[in-house]
Write a protein that binds this ligand. Structure first.
Ligand code: IPM
Ligand code: MG
Length: 366
């Protein structure tokens, strides 16, 4: 019996609502799989914690969760606190502190859902975006000077290191080559940004040479948005910098039906520090506490977590249950055009778990 230790950080807004729904689903899954068990440890970190303690998590927060197998995270962001405080104080502190340099974001149009594209195009979406998650435009390097004066200045410096580019490029190549199409699209903006981005291109080009079985093509980030909309079937695995992938993954989630479904894995591939799994939708204060948040992003995220924990059969079963629910269309939340509440979607997925086995789903998310 393998028992996985999971740190649960609901965070802000709808985060706690959707991750608690996810915990229920994982418990239901464990109850029916003889070899699967979880120990969930809750951490009340986030903006309310900040209001009480003046920080988003305790000073030794990372040490408290360093020993877990995975972190299941909701969201962070509060309308009354500056985003740079809440994000850098919790989510980015965990990603960067645990060197989770690979951010993986799968997108597919799940059965029964209709995205904004024409159906024949939407159904071609089957992408995984690999986002560099430790440096680039999010390095936090820069500064402010001449505060309050007419010559005031603010700078963010995008940092690209050879080690940082090499490791994410290797990760993306391995992932791309493990997928049937063996196709990697590298996103860049080296036509305009002539230092860091040109270096990015050079180092990625060196790395992809080690993967002769891989088809590699290159896209400027602006043109990539058009290709995602007009020729979704021409894309499989995508490698992009921190900011470029941030933007492209929102577009991907929208084309995949709803931001409420998107899921993310933040991984340290060396496995020396725990990974973190989160839905990508954010804290959504407009619907917080109303019980209507879409938990499917948190469930898909839980499936990614299971896969990473070596529980492929359970991961597939969960994904198949999600797909059963979207396909039936009876219990969809308002963002997907339905009127089901979070608890109803959760109950529907738990009920569907008993009808599916690990071979029901065509394939795993990532
Ligand atoms: C995401 C989010 C975050 C990011 C925000 C909340 C800082 O948009 O996970 O994509 O930009 O990384
Ligand atoms: Mg984003």
């Amino acid at each position: 019996m393998s028992s996985h230790r999971i740190a649960v950080i609901g965070g802000d807004g709808i985060g706690p609502e959707v991750v608690e729904a996810g915990v229920k689903v994982l418990e239901a899954l464990a109850a029916t799989e003889p070899d699967l068990a979880f120990e969930f440890e809750r951490f009340d970190w986030g903006s309310d914690y900040y209001r009480r303690n003046g920080r988003m998590m305790p000073q030794d927060g990372l040490a408290q969760i360093e020993g877990v197998d995975a972190i299941y995270f909701g969201s962070v962001g509060d309308p009354d606190l500056p985003d740079d405080i809440t994000l850098w104080g919790l989510r980015l502190a965990i990603c960067q502190g645990f060197d989770q340099y690979a951010n993986v974001r799968p997108t597919r149009l799940l059965p029964g859902l209709t995205g904004p594209l024409r159906p024949e195009l939407g159904q071609q979406i089957d992408w995984v975006i690999v986002r560099e998650n430790s440096e680039g435009e999010y390095a936090g390097v820069g500064g402010r000077a001449h505060r309050g004066l007419p010559i005031e200045v603010g700078m963010d410096v995008a940092v690209f290191t050879r080690a940082g580019i090499e490791r994410i490029a290797q990760f993306a190549c391995e992932l791309a080559i493990s997928r049937p199409r063996k196709l990697l699209t590298v996103v860049t903006k080296s036509n305009a940004q002539r230092h860091g981005m040109v270096f990015w291109d050079e180092v990625v080009r060196e790395v992809v040479r080690d993967y002769p079985g891989l088809t590699v093509d290159w896209m400027l980030v602006d043109a990539m948005t058009q290709r995602m909309v007009n020729k979704p079937g021409s894309i499989d695995t995508v490698l992009a910098t921190n900011l470029h992938a941030d933007i492209l993954s929102d577009l991907a989630a929208a084309l995949g039906g709803s931001l409420g479904i998107g899921s993310t894995a933040n991984i340290n591939p060396s496995r020396s520090r725990p990974p973190m799994f989160e839905p990508i939708h954010g804290s959504a204060f407009d619907i917080t506490g109303k019980g209507v948040a879409n938990p499917l992003g948190a469930f898909w995220t839980a499936s990614l977590m299971l896969d990473h924990l070596g529980e492929q059969a359970a991961a597939r079963r969960l994904m198949a249950a999600i797909e059963t629910v979207t396909d039936r269309g009876e219990y969809l939340s308002p963002d997907l055009g339905g009127s089901a509440r979070t608890a109803e979607v959760t109950a529907a997925v738990i009920a569907a778990l008993s009808g599916v086995n690990s071979t029901s789903s065509s394939r795993l998310a990532g």
